[in-house]
Design a protein around this ligand. Structure first.
Ligand code: TYC
Length: 108
């Protein structure tokens, strides 16, 4: 037989036991995307993908060709601050090397 009498404290007051479910929400993610242009050398785009997005030679060449053929391509997916830093670093690096390559981010 089960005992369903309420729990009471020392003063006889009823205690309500509330179970709190711990909720660990995932942070929103952002796609970092490279845009095609007619002037940035293919080798420079491959260098960017290796340097800032930890791609292998093969992966970098694949992503670069996708950008070249489709107009845009996915470099990586990150939390907001990481994505923002990648975008800033890539655009700054490209500008410094006098290439028009553009990098943007968008929410997944
Ligand atoms: N379209 C460029 C060329 O033919 C290559 C290129 C690829 C440029 C990807 C930008 O994000 C880019 N040299």
């Amino acid at each position: 037989m089960s005992d369903d009498r309420p729990f009471r404290d020392g003063d006889g007051d009823e205690l309500v036991i509330t179970k709190v479910k711990p909720k660990t929400e995932r942070p929103p993610l952002y796609r970092v995307i490279l845009l095609n242009d007619d002037f940035t050398p293919m080798e420079f785009v491959i260098l960017i993908l290796k340097k800032f997005f930890a791609k292998s030679d093969g992966e970098a060449a694949q992503v670069m060709m996708q950008v070249h053929n489709d107009g845009a391509g996915l470099a990586g997916v990150y939390t907001f601050e990481v994505a923002e830093t990648k975008v800033y670093s890539v655009n700054e690096f490209s500008r410094r090397h006098k290439h028009p390559l553009k990098c943007i981010m968008e929410k997944e």
